[in-house]
Design a protein around this ligand. Structure first.
Ligand SMILES: Nc1ncnc2c1ncn2[C@@H]1O[C@H](COP(=O)(O)OP(=O)(O)OP(=O)(O)O)[C@@H](O)[C@H]1O
Length: 337
């Protein structure tokens, strides 16, 4: 059976200009990923590594420069009009900035009713009103009547993010790509938004791809799902969250985990820092040769400088490191619970 969504050797190369000199920006390089119905996958990486570009490719907002995107086994970019329309409504994007994503001149009712009318999810005034109220109830904005006539600026960041979630699920999608959905939400409200995504996943069977730079929330939402780690446009580790965080193999992921603060001093005592050779992130427009992590990696040797590692199986998971077998196991003490 075909996967819900599949990236096949996808690269996205932008054109850039610095001080009048043209250059290329390989925002995504040879990415192969498959997503199943109803699963949760967290995609983690530092700022500028290509996460948003990947999210845009998945939702059809960015055409791959090279490679293919398949939805239910069909090549998205050679679909006919009606197939493409079905794919676009089945794969939705929720963006980080809820204020920018909502039209400030439209009420919540107007913003939520437009796509369901356009896509003929319901017909008539009464059914539309009922559907919008139902959506607001699902995302826990209750009583819905209190929100219908409000404008985006009258809501809090967390409430706006819930409205975006309501809009994303209004077309009965199979998958929602949530790009940093909580990074602009008050810290105290973040968990409740993540819990909402979990609820939508469990109760409605919607698959989620959660894009973030924050490993702690990635682990929280995808505890029974998978984790993909991205570095300078490439996937460097991929596997179940349980395996990958309990025994991270890629030195980059080990370093990322080192950076997570430990609240309990007893646990912090056992925590080992990974001594990186450099703290500087190389430029994505001029990535190092061989393994892109080699200038920072304490285990790098000549092979790492010369030969690019392929993503390959290590146990049940995938890792792009020549030395995955020989680098010391790094015991996770920070997020293990
Ligand atoms: N339309 C574009 N044109 C040119 N360069 C782009 C474009 N979109 C993204 N880039 C560049 O591609 C690289 C990857 O960007 P992307 O937004 O995908 O990263 P990110 O991991 O999501 O970062 P952040 O977490 O900061 O949003 C960056 O160097 C960015 O400047």
């Amino acid at each position: 059976m075909s996967h819900l969504l599949e990236l096949n050797d996808v690269s996205v190369i932008f054109k850039g200009k610095t001080d009048g000199v043209k250059h290329t920006i390989p925002a995504m390089v040879d990415v192969n990923l498959k997503f199943n119905q109803g699963e949760i996958v967290a995609l983690v990486g530092e700022s500028g590594c290509g996460k948003t570009t990947l999210g845009k490719v998945l939702t059809g907002l960015q055409k791959p420069t090279i490679g293919e995107l398949f939805y239910k086994g069909k090549n998205v970019w050679s679909m006919n009009k009606s197939e493409f329309a079905e794919y676009r409504s089945s794969v939705q994007l929720v963006q980080q900035d809820s204020y920018a994503a909502l039209n400030p001149a439209k009420t919540i009712y107007q913003s939520l009713s437009a796509p369901i009318l356009q896509n003929k999810i319901v017909r008539g005034k009464k059914a539309t009103h009922e559907k919008v109220c139902e959506l607001l109830r699902i995302v826990e904005l209750t009583p819905p009547e209190q929100f219908l006539e409000k404008y985006p600026h009258q809501l809090s960041g967390g409430q706006r993010q819930r409205v975006l979630m309501a809009r994303a699920i209004s077309l009965n999608p199979k998958l929602v790509v949530a790009d940093e959905p909580v990074s602009m939400v008050d810290v105290s409200l973040r968990l409740s938004i993540l819990n909402l995504m979990e609820k939508l996943n469990k109760e409605m069977g919607i698959a989620f791809i959660y894009i973030t730079h924050d490993l702690a929330t990635a682990r929280y939402i995808a505890k029974n799902g998978r984790l993909a780690v991205m570095y300078l446009g490439k996937i460097v580790e991929l596997g179940s969250v349980r395996n990958v965080l309990a025994a991270p193999r890629h030195p980059y992921l080990q370093a990322l985990l080192t950076a997570v603060p430990v609240p309990d001093p007893k646990m912090a005592k056992g925590k080992r820092e990974l001594p990186l050779k450099s703290l500087e992130m190389p430029s994505i427009s001029n990535p190092p040769s061989g393994c892109a992590f080699n200038p920072r990696c304490p285990y790098a040797d000549e092979t790492c400088v010369l030969v690019e590692p392929r993503l390959r199986f290590h146990g049940d998971d995938l890792v792009a490191c020549h030395h995955a077998e020989r680098i010391p196991e790094w015991k996770l003490v920070t997020l293990a619970k």
